[in-house]
Write a protein that binds this ligand. Structure first.
Ligand code: FE2
Length: 431
């Protein structure tokens, strides 16, 4: 993209509640932020009219190699995680680079349209052809001007359980995949799971890489891989560079055990990604009633000081038939399932799909501040909680000071006698 004209967004409300702020974007960065900035020659001006200007949405956990493959080669009949993994195994031999690239690019279009400008995607490395790795590395370069795509080398079938997986994973890192993944609960035994965590963390430490493991994605209250991940993080000095994804077993664990586990996670500066849409639909499938929710202990982890993000995980793939790259839908589900209905809690759910997720990815220059990257999304809402409530329209999405997507404000024409001609769904509760 060429260097854009300066962009001056006037009269925005910020996520922290500051009203009537002008934001000047110049040379790819935020050059100034204050009320009533002076006019800038040649600048394009947008009147935000008091709408919420947020840093862009960030998805800290996704599977772009599987997205938009729904129905290929068949649908998931049981709706379980394990049938989803089996179904993905059936699809893998039929994958082509062209189809992978086409679906991933289509998804990135959806993402930009939703103001989602950074995605951490796991990519399955168990296929020795590494077709998906090569396809997504190609996509990563192609979308770089408008979307940060970070890739995790993910041994879907288990790095120890699947022959050749460790060699494939290492090759994927050599090719440029950014982060070391894992799936200890899918190894054959708890001991193998622990061993996989050890060797994958050592691999990351040797290469100076981050770690993000699918960890304890089950309803097993005795699963202990989060503990192992935290201990290996400490042993290898990887503090703040390791993420545990899903952690759904924590929902079912004994409370006394969790009272020991969370402080260990805090000491290791372990980061957490919960995936509310997927956890609520995949977990608890072996239960009759009551059915467990399967979401990890989000408010408790946040209260202890753990950085918790929400991920989308899946859209129209073997595990989940719905979704449209809407991180406000993800935040809304997280809010409901975790019962985070207080004002501060709702705002933490907004953070979970913006700043917290950016921290998981280690994004440089993220946020609305002078000197930060000129990336933002203008939402048709007056506050973060209203954005979640309304799944607010993304009026303008900006990347590096370029406008990359626009949409018309959501509106409905009413035809009722004696009533207004249009409906305005925005409405602020008194504080
Ligand atoms: Fe996942």
């Amino acid at each position: 993209m060429s260097t854009p004209r300066p962009l001056l967004i006037r009269h925005a409300t910020l996520p922290d509640g500051r009203p009537d702020i002008d934001v000047l974007m110049q040379d790819g960065r935020i050059a100034a932020m204050a009320p009533a900035l002076p006019a800038v020659p040649d600048a394009e001006e947008i009147d935000a009219q008091g709408w919420l200007l947020s840093p862009p949405f960030v998805d800290a956990h996704f599977h772009m190699d599987a997205t938009l493959s729904l129905g290929l080669p068949r649908l998931n009949l049981s709706g379980t995680l394990l049938e989803g993994i089996a179904l993905w195994g059936e699809l893998k031999p039929q994958l082509t680079q062209e189809a992978l690239v086409e679906r991933a690019l289509a998804y990135c279009d959806w993402a930009v349209a939703r103001g989602l400008l950074a995605i951490r995607s796991h990519v399955d490395v168990c296929d020795p052809r590494l077709l998906a790795v090569e396809a997504l590395l190609h996509v990563k370069q192609q979308v770089k001007p408008y979307l940060d795509l970070q890739l995790v080398a993910f041994p879907q079938d288990g790095v120890l359980r699947c022959p050749g997986a460790l060699a494939n994973l290492t090759r994927a890192l050599d090719l440029g995949v950014d982060v070391v993944g894992g799936i200890p609960h899918f190894e054959r035994t708890m001991a193998d799971g622990a061993e996989s965590v050890r060797l994958l963390c050592e691999l990351a430490a040797e290469r100076g890489l981050r770690v993000d493991m699918h960890c304890d994605e089950s309803d097993d209250p005795l699963s202990r891989h989060v503990e192992t991940l935290a201990v290996q993080t400490q042993r290898l000095g990887l503090h703040g560079r390791v993420t545990g994804s899903h952690l759904t077993s924590m929902h079912s664990m004994d409370n006394y055990y969790v009272s020991k586990l969370i402080p260990l996670m805090v000491e290791a500066q372990l980061q957490v990604v919960a995936n509310p849409l997927i956890n609520i639909t995949l977990q608890g499938r072996h239960d009759t009633y009551p059915k467990r929710r399967g979401l990890t202990r989000v408010p408790e982890l946040m209260a202890a000081g753990v950085n918790v993000a929400f991920g989308h995980d899946c859209v129209m793939d073997p595990w989940y038939a719905l979704g449209s790259a809407d991180m406000l839908e993800v935040a809304s589900m997280g809010l409901h399932v975790a019962q985070m209905t207080g004002l501060a809690a709702m705002r933490r759910c907004f953070d979970a799909v913006t700043v917290n997720a950016a921290q998981v990815m280690g994004l440089e220059g993220y946020g609305l501040a002078v000197g930060a990257r000129a990336d933002a999304v203008l939402l048709q809402a007056r506050s973060p909680e209203e954005a979640i409530r309304l799944r607010a329209a993304r009026l303008v999405t900006v990347r590096g000071g370029h406008i990359v997507a626009r949409s018309a404000p959501a509106t409905v024409a009413l035809q009722l006698p004696g009533r207004p001609l249009s409906v305005d769904f925005t409405r602020q509760a008194p504080r």
